[in-house]
Design a protein around this ligand. Structure first.
Ligand code: SF4
Length: 379
């Protein structure tokens, strides 16, 4: 029974929710072998990709107040901030100094920032750094802009695109089943709105990625439902807009400095690897799956390359959200660290763009012989 199910998944059949649920009961080595076989068929078998980019969190003021978030502040807290355009520009320059050309920019939902601020920021960045692409403002922030302006995502996204937006981060996916979301973050964007805004972005040709976070205490059935919803949206986007999710990224809930500490189970490395393998087998129409070094560390991320992942994520430079909730300081990875871990795991490292086009194959020996650059101090 397991053999036939795994065979069908490897061949790329779309499994039902019940069939995906059954995958969680397959012994992990068998599941991993099938996921790795599926990965070798859907992505270059010998290559693992990575991206040089940086995260920028333009404000930490947020009125959504998710229970699992240690990053946000109210505007009355002493360490609340909104970065100036010049400060953001300096962060872009740091990225450019290590040859990166993509920023992933997100913040809290700050009701005091007017819509024009977002348009002006995009214009400022495109004006000063035209070669840098901007993936910014997750569905939650776009929903916040809908509330501020009383206008709908398709219109707003078209204007943001015109001002310089290239794509949206996939944040806010977590588990796209409202019952799970309601417990973890009652004011969080609902699953329907998350997909509605992603759909509007995909229709406009903007870049998107799909995400998942496990460890809220969700059931296997709810995880399977999440994956089936993503697969359905991908099918629609590819069919109707020829522009689906570029990748799928998943990580585990971190609760260290949050109100969920001691109240949500989180997920072990075993569960992370199991979930990644299940995702690879369930998402037959998304070729690129990322390993998550920020949540799991480099060693588990390396192992993930044999559980369905074909990508090592990105340098990030300033990851402020997962790291603060995890209580560790894994805020960035150097190219040297990424290349070393990919090569040590037995794959050829390849630098890519956000759309997973390969830009170059670094000379591994040369990269490993370099010293890691001193990263500039963060604001
Ligand atoms: S996760 Fe995002 S939306 Fe939720 S509180 Fe943190 S910054 Fe706000």
């Amino acid at each position: 029974m397991n053999d036939r199910l795994l065979e069908r998944a490897v061949e790329g059949e779309a499994l039902s929710v019940q069939e995906i649920e059954a995958l969680y009961h397959v012994p992990l080595p068998e599941l991993a072998a099938a996921a790795h076989e599926a990965r070798t068929r859907r992505a270059r078998p010998d290559v693992v990709t990575y991206l040089i980019d940086r995260n920028i969190n333009y404000t930490n003021i947020c009125n959504v107040a998710c229970n699992f978030c240690a990053f946000y502040r109210t505007d009355r807290q002493k360490d609340a901030y909104v970065l100036s355009f010049e400060e953001i520009g300096r962060k872009v320059e740091e990225l450019m100094s290590i040859s990166g050309r993509r920023i992933l920019m997100q913040g809290g939902v700050n009701p005091k920032l007017p819509y024009e601020w977002y348009l002006d920021l995009l214009r400022y960045l495109k004006d000063h750094y035209p070669q840098v692409r901007i993936d910014a403002f997750s569905p939650e922030e776009i929903l916040g802009l809908e509330k501020i302006t009383g206008r709908k995502a398709p219109e707003l996204l078209a204007e943001l695109k015109e001002a310089g937006l290239d794509g949206l981060p996939g944040a806010g996916g977590e588990i796209l089943v409202d019952e799970v979301r309601a417990k973890a973050a009652p004011a969080r964007i609902k699953a329907e709105d998350w997909f509605r805004i992603q759909d509007a972005a995909q229709r406009l040709g903007l870049y998107t990625i799909a995400t998942m976070v496990i460890g809220f205490g969700e059931t296997y059935a709810q995880r399977a439902e999440h994956l089936v919803k993503i697969r359905a949206q991908q099918e629609k986007a590819l069919r109707d807009y020829h522009n689906g999710y570029a990748a799928f990224a998943m990580w585990t809930l971190q609760t260290e400095n949050t109100r969920l500490k001691g109240k949500a189970p989180g997920a072990s490395a075993h569960e992370y690897l199991q979930q990644l393998a299940v995702a690879r087998l369930a998402l037959n129409n998304i070729p690129n799956l990322q390993a998550s070094w920020p949540s799991m560390g480099f060693k588990v991320a390396q192992t993930a390359l044999y559980y369905g992942a074909n990508d090592f994520g990105s340098t990030m430079l300033e990851e402020n959200v997962v790291s603060v909730a995890a209580g560790h300081n894994r805020t960035h990875a150097t190219v040297r660290q990424i290349v070393r871990h990919i090569a040590d795991a037995g794959f050829t490292p390849a630098e890519r763009d956000p759309h997973y086009n390969i830009l170059r194959y670094p000379d591994v020996e040369a990269v490993l012989s370099e010293r890691d650059p001193e990263l500039l101090p963060m604001a």
